[in-house]
Design a protein around this ligand. Structure first.
Ligand code: COA
Length: 367
């Protein structure tokens, strides 16, 4: 292979963004300059609007946006019929990706008057994706879609729909935090995939479908589900060290550990770990949480012996929080997408301010 090939694009700068900044060396993440630690104190709808427009909404406008998004988090008759025909064990990420191009043709309610027109279609698609997560969960687990009370907030509707009961304020707060943490992350694989599709002048729904495909992989969003499956397979904290050492010997990657950009602790993991501990304490997930902590400790010890540092990423403890919120592991990555879709929409709009076809080269090595 020629020495100037960079298959993973490590360190290659392919564009500019004002949306988020990952400072991997110091473990800092900001959206439009605001640190993630401050952003998680806000409401999800407020942070969505901040990411998209760079403005903080008044409390009334934030409620209005939240209620409108909640109203749009419904599927049309055609989309529902499509879902009803699918095999019940279809993975939620497959469902979200397959359904995305269909959402764009559905009508929507009038958006808040102050909302700039060019954001409306993206927000509708993002809300529909959230509806698809809820509806597929209902169909996939119970075979029917549950009716919900009117007036629920956007995230409340998602959690209520999955658990079929009103979420506690603490549960809602936890979901608010996890979803804010996942909104955007610079040019990660899913976001970059969306930008590549956008660069062909394809429509927004096609770009989002591309991003969904990239996010589904275990080296990206799929690591959340994989980390929890690993902890369940290990079984208990006392077995973690032997399992990790064996996995390392066999060159098996520990899901939820390591990051292309962060060479210090992922600031999102720093927020999630204590939250996961609190939420899992006294629940059936407490043992799983202890196993995850033991896996992290053991991974760090093994890497320290090799003179390397490796930290847990966002995905590692997120699954424990989701489980404690009643979200089954198969839906973790879909919940990730339910948040990240707002980031993808923001990148699509940003990309189209200065578009250019993305078309790299390959070195031909064939006959
Ligand atoms: N488990 C075991 N070893 C790991 C590891 C992990 N999770 N992450 C990195 N390493 C090791 C690699 O084996 C490699 O070792 P080597 O130098 O002896 O070959 C070294 O650390 C560098 O890893 P590499 O995979 O080349 O770095 P990258 O920048 O391509 O990796 C990830 C980034 C995210 C793909 C990688 O850390 C990984 O696969 N993590 C698990 C999946 C995951 O959690 N993804 C979600 C990311 S938010």
């Amino acid at each position: 292979m020629s020495s100037d090939i960079n298959a993973g694009l490590e360190g290659v700068i392919v564009g500019q963004t004002v949306l988020s900044n990952v400072e991997g060396e110091i473990g800092r993440l900001t959206y439009r300059g605001e640190p993630i630690e401050k952003l998680v104190e806000r409401d999800f709808a407020a942070v969505v609007a901040w990411l998209m427009t760079g403005e903080w909404l008044s409390s009334d406008a934030c409620n209005e946006l939240d209620q409108w998004l909640a109203g749009e988090a419904e599927l049309g008759a055609i989309e529902t019929r499509v879902l009803e025909q699918l095999a019940r064990d279809t993975h939620p990420m497959t469902v979200l990706q397959a359904l995305m191009p269909l959402h764009s043709d559905q009508p929507h309610q009038p958006a808040p008057a102050w909302l700039d027109e060019h954001w409306v279609s993206g927000l509708v698609l993002a809300a529909r994706l959230n509806a698809a997560v809820r509806v597929w969960h209902n169909l996939g687990t119970e075979g029917t879609v549950f009716a919900l009370p009117a007036g629920l907030g956007f995230l409340e509707k998602l959690l209520y729909g999955i658990n079929r009961s009103a979420p506690s304020p603490e549960a809602l707060q936890a979901l608010n935090t996890t979803q804010i943490l996942q909104l955007d992350h610079s040019y990660n694989a899913g976001t970059f995939a969306g930008r590549v599709v956008a660069s062909t002048q394809a429509r927004l729904a096609a770009s989002l479908a591309g991003s969904l495909g990239a996010l589904s992989g275990p080296l990206h969003g799929g690591a959340d589900e994989a980390a929890v499956m690993m902890a369940l397979e290990i079984g208990s904290a006392d077995k973690a060290d032997a399992w990790v050492r064996d996995a390392m010997d066999k060159k098996i990657k520990i899901m939820g550990m390591g990051h292309r950009e962060y060479k210090a602790l992922d600031p999102r993991a720093a927020i999630l770990k204590p939250m996961a501990r609190k939420f899992c304490a006294g629940t059936e997930w407490e043992g799983l949480m202890e196993t995850l902590v033991a896996v992290e400790d053991s991974c760090q010890a093994v890497f320290a012996d090799k003179g390397k540092e490796i930290y847990a990423n966002l995905e590692f403890y997120k699954g424990a929080v989701y489980l404690a919120l009643g979200i089954p592991e198969r839906y973790f990555t879909a919940l990730f997408a339910a948040s990240r879709v707002f980031g993808w929409v923001s990148h699509f709009q940003e990309f189209n301010q200065d578009p250019r076809l993305i078309r790299p080269r390959a070195e031909y090595v064939g006959p």
